[in-house]
Design a protein around this ligand. Sequence first.
Ligand code: ADP
Ligand code: ZN
Ligand code: ZN
Length: 739
Amino acid sequence: MNARVLIDGPSELVFDYAIPAGMGVQAGCRVRVPLRRKSATGTVLSIAEPEQQDFALRELDSLIDPEPLITPVLLRTGEWIANYYGCSIESVIRSLVPEAVRSEENSAKTRRIAVLEKEPVPESLEKLAKRAPRQHAILTLLTHTADRRLPVSDLGEGNSAALKALEKNGFIRLETEEVRRDPDADGVEEILEFKPLQLNSEQEVALEQVVEAIAHPDTARPILLLGVTGSGKTEVYLQAAQRALDLGKTVLVLVPEISLTPQTVRRFKSRFSAMQDQVAVLHSNLSQGERFDEWHRIRKGLARIVIGARSAVFAPLPNLGLILVDEEHENSYKQENPPRYHGRDVAVLRAAFEPCAIVLGSATPSLESWHNTQTEKYHLIRLKQRADGQSMPLVRVVDMRLEAAKQKGNLPILSDKLRTALEQRLEKGEQSILFLNRRGFARSLQCPSCGYVCQCPHCAVALTYHRTDERLVCHVCGHTSIVPRKCPECKSPAILLQGYGTQKVEEVLAKVLPTAKFARIDADAMRRKHALRDTLNAFKAHKIDILIGTQMIAKGLHFPNVTLVGILNADLGLHVPDFRAGERTFQLLTQVAGRAGRGDLEGEVIVQTFTPHSPSIQYARKHDFDGFSEQEMEFRKAFSYPPFAHCGVLTARSTHERRAEFTLQTLHVRLKENLPADMVLGEVLPSPLIRSHGQFRFQITLRSHRARPLTRHVQAVLARTTLPEDVTVVFDMDALNFS
Ligand code: ADP
Ligand code: ZN
Ligand code: ZN
């Protein structure tokens, strides 16, 4: 047998080695190998039969640790991912074990400790005081510390001879101790304990069913917890987690993105503040050393609650009792690079393999998960009431076509209704959130005379006008250019500004509400470290009246004093070439509307739209998930879209347009041969984003009722097709992004 080894180091080299007789090596093991004339370390990715070869492979040198870094359940999960998504087991194992853990450069941080071995009698102390004052000083210090041990570094410089002598004479023992690099050690955040709340009856029922699943994981189905915004899902998560811990089990909490869900993370930290060091938060900004330490703390069972985004689904928790997936509908659970797995779906698989209980929670579940409750693959639990007894916020829809006529040709930004509502909130000392589905000074330049739009030469998307530095920026590839004074096409000096961004909203507000204090949350404004946290804290402390933001504010934020949420351009995102556009719009509107009226005050939501009658907007207005899903599912079924079929996208890209297209046409012909009966093969089409990063992109969409045969068919065709060197082909199973 041969071992395929990923060599440590930035170049990510992979080589095959022969396994010496008698060496018990498995996938996930750390090994030492010969590399050129040196020796190197690496991780075994897979063990396979040798292929026919005309040269002999070199042998592995030795096993660094017979215990593999990957547990059997995680290895099984990894194999499932490779199979289902059609990617190499190598790429999966790279994700399974973070680079920080594989790399030889990272190891546990240690320190030397001096431990008192025998209590010195007064005579020997006296003798030492005269003969060896340093030894005397160290002994005196040690006898005066409570636990009779001190880090050597605390004893000052130049003591090594004295320590050696003391050790030789049996007074002390020198030990090595691991030190944890604690990501929270800076202590910026004070965590106050937050006691369990008395559950209402809906929550009580939900908790009991989750607890039942924790107790009988082998027979329990995955649970979909569908609770309206503010129904107290988080409290159910917290108490369920407590029950799993009480049983001596561990808990994994997945959130869409750590930085965007600070309140959820904080609530877990506060609830379990008494066991703070047993909570591990896997941020993307952990240092390599911190990541190494957290990973080993988790594997040893020292961290019993792990909170993290998508990749935390691979956290090596032993004795897992419960997985919680918060906001399960969020697209960020899908990885956009190989392996292109969906964190939620992998979590469901891992739960089955462990086995352990799993809860997927959302106010607007994905239609995939919803469908699984209809077919009874998942168990549905609902929370229909807000936990604090408040009613759902009132949602008004404003027809912006009428506003446009009123404002005579100008693109309306703030309707009269929304402006008046903002004024009322200011008078009453209440806060508002304005939501905009774009970032930056996102205006495109369009010529009113000839219709010319300034576009990125690499990506074929409209460039965005940034006012602060007077330039046009491509938000796909970052290309910048100067702002033309005249239309490049017809030379007309009138260039109309079309569309707008958060900065423009800020400008309009400053004019109509001069006394209001506002702040902006978008990717541009939040570039500075801690900017997001600082702005949210200021808003919470009511130093800001109006918060203007993009998608970033749609997630689990909770502000009791917010009574008005304005959605400025609800249509944006409705008119994109993606069958999930309606679902996304419904989710976004419902989530954003859920930010209003979360305290003792009643909330109001104003939605501005050019298409007031679209079902996504109307059902979101009534907080009617059932109504929305019913009509949306009909459409999905009629066109055989997910969740009634699996959908994979095959994309080819190249700097040569013809070659990308031709490659895909060749693949199309081969895919058509022996096409399994229920499979639908789409045509070769330019991607909606035909040019990106200087490359041309074409795609084929495939659909099938069964997932595995779809992946297998595509893999088989790819395996027997030689691709031109300058064409890259990628396959995305269960794709969420069709751009
Ligand atoms: P969700 O996660 O479903 O949006 P949250 O868990 O954020 O809802 O709960 C909304 C608010 O209701 C929070 O302020 C929370 O503290 C409060 N809450 C939750 N459960 C209860 C309860 N049983 N009694 C009183 N307040 C509760
Ligand atoms: Zn023009
Ligand atoms: Zn570009």
